[in-house]
Design a protein around this ligand. Sequence first.
Ligand SMILES: [Zn+2]
Length: 175
Amino acid sequence: MPTPAQLHKVNHLLTHVLTAAVARRWPQVRAGDCGETCTGFYGDFSFGWTPTEDELRLLEADMRSILVECRHFVHLEKTPAQAAVFFSDNPYKLEIVETIAELDDVVGFYALDDFVDVCSCQLKELRELKAISPDAFTLTGTTPSLWRQRDKEVWLTRIQGVQASAIFGGRIGRA
Ligand SMILES: [Zn+2]
């Protein structure tokens, strides 16, 4: 059985795969926050429409392809100024970078093949990503999500996924 730490790691890495998959399929959609839940993971995106069941299945297939085909998953570092330039067309990520920059003068990024995004996690190893079975998750639905509960109401669309721990069994943590 995978440990809680291993499950958490997989959920976290799946947030990166979800964000990369959305960016590839819908380049005009901007990503906000993403994170782990006790049963899976989520990501908030500026869709402007509610993704259909068919679109979720396509996205799921994209995520499985990324898990199978990805070749590079590495850590990058930028200064807050460089990070701000990188996200000049994404107000949500700009706000995230501002928050990080209040505490640190380095902003952690990851590159997942040709996709680059901010994250300070220490999990950027291809073998960790490759240890996840492509069947280890399913996307379960969407829900409206208020961006950071600010007074200026900005609603994003949250995509939710669950980890199918019964399926991936012993593959987690294998190098
Ligand atoms: Zn991360």
